[in-house]
Design a protein around this ligand. Structure first.
Ligand code: NAD
Length: 351
């Protein structure tokens, strides 16, 4: 299958396939848009069952980065990369081979961490290409994006709760968090400090045990997290978990989490709306890490300014939800319309 034939193809500017015989590297870099600036987005290392599955993921993820960066007000475009490999094969040599591919793109695409690629791996990549962001704290480098992503997600969740449940106070609010990894655990911390009651699920039992011990969370089996009797469902694991069953099954009236590409397909946004479930679009509320790490690309870092911009996610989420109500469309459609407006304005503006 060529990228043009993939259902996820959305006018991407550039899609590159890379192989390396020596390390067995198989990687795809997708640049969705550079209208606002160089394409920026992390690298996911995952044992995809097929090249078509990897292509579908990278096309969707890179497009979402365009909308995320646009709505965050960043002068950056959207891109993403995937390395098709089992994490047990994540050797320095494989990472170096991938970094060489990014370098060859000459700054059109900047890479960073994502699922399967942590901060340590990003440091390895940075030894072989200049086009890496989200590096460890050293000088002006920005460090692990996860706490910043969690901060923004918390602000977005708060806005969605205010919009749907009419309350600013989170004390006693019941929240089910799916995936208590880097972002999910930090989000749990903020929710716990605000008085929320947590239900958590993770395919890794140790992660559940950690959240139970730290926050008094109640662990439930991964397959039943959407059935939990809660006010808010917060997907913080992988994408696509909100599927055709979710609108009927979910007891929560608000969905607000950090995972990328949460809706299995966009029609589910309409079904959620019809059931009175408010979905805070992932690419609106999970931009905190990008707002922080993007400073590596822009070459200036002012932590206070970054935190101020992350906190604006609260009001931006309210704006998106109000627009969805006004235009009688899904919240995702409203957010996309706002992001597209920003691209159109930038494309028409003198360079
Ligand atoms: P992570 O790998 O640290 O955490 C993910 C957690 O989800 C892991 O603990 C994993 O065991 C668990 N998990 C996997 N499948 C699951 C399932 N079916 N049910 C329950 N738990 C499951 O990743 P992360 O950095 O915390 O990112 C989480 C999500 O947020 C990803 O979708 C990522 O793309 C997105 N995101 C992360 C950032 C960031 O700053 N790290 C920024 C934007 C978006």
């Amino acid at each position: 299958m060529t990228p043009f034939d993939a259902p996820e193809f959305a006018g991407h500017e550039h899609v590159s396939f890379f192989t390396d015989d020596g390390t067995g590297l198989r990687a795809i870099v997708a640049v969705h848009s550079t209208v606002l600036g160089p394409a920026a987005g992390g690298c996911r290392l995952w044992p995809y069952p097929s090249t078509a599955a990897a292509l579908a993921d990278v096309l969707r993820l890179s497009e979402a980065m365009t909308w995320k960066n646009a709505l965050a007000g960043l002068p950056l475009g959207g891109g993403k990369s995937v390395v098709i490999a089992d994490p047990s094969r994540r050797t320095p040599e494989l990472l170096a081979a991938f970094a060489g591919c990014v370098e060859r793109l000459g700054g059109r695409y900047w890479t960073a961490e994502d699922v399967g690629v942590g901060i340590d791996e990003v440091e390895v990549l940075a030894r072989h290409t200049r086009y890496v962001f989200g590096l460890q704290h050293s000088g002006q480098k920005t460090g692990d994006p996860s706490p910043f992503t969690a901060r923004g997600t918390f602000r977005g969740l708060r806005a969605a709760v205010r919009h749907r449940l009419g309350r600013d106070d989170l004390d006693g609010l019941r929240v089910a968090v799916q995936g208590v990894g880097h972002v999910g655990f930090e989000l749990c911390r903020q929710l716990h400090e605000a008085g929320a009651k947590l239900t958590v699920a993770d395919t890794n039992p140790a992660a559940v045990a950690r959240a139970e011990a730290a926050f008094g969370a109640i662990g439930v089996p991964a397959a039943s997290i959407q059935d939990a009797d809660v006010d808010v469902y917060s997907p913080c694991a992988l994408g696509g978990t909100i599927d055709a069953d979710t609108p009927n099954r979910l007891r929560a009236r608000v969905i607000a989490g950090a995972a990328n590409n949460q809706l299995a397909h966009s029609a589910i946004g309409e079904a959620l709306r019809a059931r009175g479930i408010v979905y805070a679009p992932d690419f609106v509320i999970n931009a905190g890490g990008m707002l922080n790490a993007g400073c590596d690309i822009l070459g200036r870092y002012d932590r206070e300014d970054v935190l101020r911009r992350i906190d604006l996610i609260h009001d931006r989420t309210l704006e998106v939800l109000a627009r969805a109500d006004r235009d009688d469309v899904s919240t995702e459609a409203a957010a996309l319309a706002m992001a597209r407006e920003r691209l159109r304005t930038a494309a028409g503006a003198p360079r």
